[in-house]
Design a protein around this ligand. Structure first.
Ligand code: 6PG
Length: 472
């Protein structure tokens, strides 16, 4: 038994991660219940990698404490693999779940396995297939003792930013999967924001694909530099084979989702943390999938007036850049706020600056701005909300006129920008000392005797609001 690392699930992600680990000189083992995948692994011809077709041979080949990582679809399959593993592993061995498991499942599995004497690490892995091969961002949670065993390997296969690996211990129990879930929520939000900029440029400014490509390219050279803008720039250059048209134009506008964005919104609702940009992004994917309804409605509400902003596109795209910056900051801020609260609620012992630090490279939401987020939380570990950081406040104030203009023009011209709009509305209420929700409290008390609190007075109050009790 000489293998340092074992992988169960030899899809592209699993196979790529193993190759990455093997590149760093470790002997690795792979297992899959598909013989074809085991053969494919063995056919890679790597001296350091061996595929096994029985679980027993696979685990027998590992050094103790054995490290076994699962990259299998989230849900029941994870439980069934764990069940099988317990027949061949020994106490003290380490099981890593590297899939997108729901954090509540991870919480339960951690408690069960800890009780049985095994180490369980719920680890978010971001960066897709390419990241797995060349360096991803990894978010392990569970117990730190187990992490110490994994650390030398994980730090080598992670992406690196300024020489530092994009992996770190995230916190107790299900912390790793919670952090990865929020990463995905932010991913949904930023993707939605980018699609709104596309809509404005295409329908409002009547720009063609090449012009839009140039704008994304330029943005990605400045403060908006990010992986998601980089791939968007590429997508706007990807032509249909042998033609001048873009593949993008042929793609049906119905977005699918595996659920992690929805989970983020659900968790945010449960923890009473507002994350409207993420919520909107999830809703818009759902609306996009209601294609038939949208086609029907488009006939009823068709508008023959041509949308045309008739403006200087270059100047306008600068405003759009401001708007995107503003909304992007807000999207990250909402995600970080959710992490702040989860940390308290679940006692994860997560450092928010560490999260920002390991998101700076390797993962899907990596961006220049994460450096600023890292800096803000590093400077002030007690920072409750990113929008309260002075530097962030400065750049939001500068970009505010841009987003106000973009959102109001879009509304006037019938262009849908729900994520942009919600980022401004969120901001305007976040900085609102007196929200109109005193009225909501009064209404609740009127119809349901739900009581209200009074300014400057202790206790709760109830009023008989019926008209007969109201003095003229
Ligand atoms: C990542 C991605 C990855 C996956 C998403 C896709 O960080 O590498 O987030 O986890 O691509 O889960 O999510 P949807 O299918 O829900 O868009």
């Amino acid at each position: 038994n000489q293998n340092a690392f074992g992988m169960i699930g030899l899809g592209t992600m699993g196979s790529n991660l193993l190759q990455n680990i093997a590149d760093h000189g470790y002997n690795c083992a792979g297992y899959d219940n598909s013989k074809q995948k085991v053969d494919a692994l063995n056919n890679l011809g790597s001296e350091n990698i061996k595929g096994y077709s029985t679980l027993k041979e696979f685990t027998d080949s590992l050094k103790s404490p054995k490290i076994v990582m699962m990259l299998v679809p989230a849900g029941e399959i994870v439980d069934s693999v764990i069940k099988d593993l317990l027949t061949v592993l020994e106490k003290g061995d380490i099981i890593i779940d590297g899939g997108n498991s729901h954090f509540t499942d991870t919480e339960q599995r951690f408690i069960d396995l800890e009780g049985k004497g095994y180490h369980f690490v719920g680890m978010g892995v971001s960066g897709g297939e390419e990241g797995a091969r060349r360096g991803s961002s990894m978010m392990p949670g569970g117990d730190e003792e187990a992490y110490e065993h994994l650390k030398p390997i994980l730090e080598k296969i992670a992406a690196h930013v300024n020489g530092e690996p994009t992996v770190a211990f995230m916190g107790e129990r299900s912390a790793g999967h919670f952090v990865k879930m929020v990463h995905n929520g932010i991913e949904y939000a930023i993707m939605q924001l980018i699609s709104e900029t596309y809509e404005i440029m295409k329908k409002g400014l009547k720009m063609d694909n090449e012009e839009i490509h140039q704008v994304y390219k330029k943005w990605n050279e400045g403060r908006l530099k990010s992986y998601l803008l980089e791939i968007t720039t590429d997508i706007f250059a990807y032509k249909n084979e042998g033609e001048k048209t873009l593949l993008l134009d042929e793609i049906r506008d119905a977005a699918k989702a595996k659920g992690t964005g929805k989970w983020t919104s659900q968790a945010a609702m449960d923890l009473h943390i507002p994350t409207p940009i993420i919520d909107i992004a999830v809703s818009m994917r759902n609306l996009s999938s209601l294609k038939d309804l949208r086609v029907e409605a488009s006939k009823i509400y068709s508008d023959s007036t041509e949308i045309n902003y008739k403006t200087n596109n270059e100047d306008y795209c600068n405003k759009l850049e401001d708007a995107f910056y503003f909304a992007m900051v807000s999207a990250y801020a909402q995600g970080m706020h959710l992490l702040y609260q989860a940390n308290i609620e679940f006692d994860y012992k997560v450092n928010l600056d560490t999260i920002a630090k390991i998101w700076r490279g390797g993962c899907i939401i990596r961006s220049e701005f994460l450096e600023d987020i890292y800096f803000a939380f590093n400077k002030n570990p007690k920072l409750q909300h990113l929008l309260l950081d002075n530097e962030v406040a400065k750049s939001l104030t500068e970009t505010l006129p841009g987003i106000r203009a973009i959102v109001s023009d879009a509304a006037l011209h019938g262009i849908s920008t729900p994520a942009f709009s919600s980022s401004v509305s969120y901001f305007d209420n976040f900085r609102n000392e007196n929200m109109p929700t005193n009225l909501v409290q009064a209404q609740r008390d009127y119809f349901g005797s739900h009581t209200y609190e009074l300014k400057g007075k202790e206790g709760v109050f109830h009023t008989k609001w019926m008209m007969e009790n109201i003095k003229e």
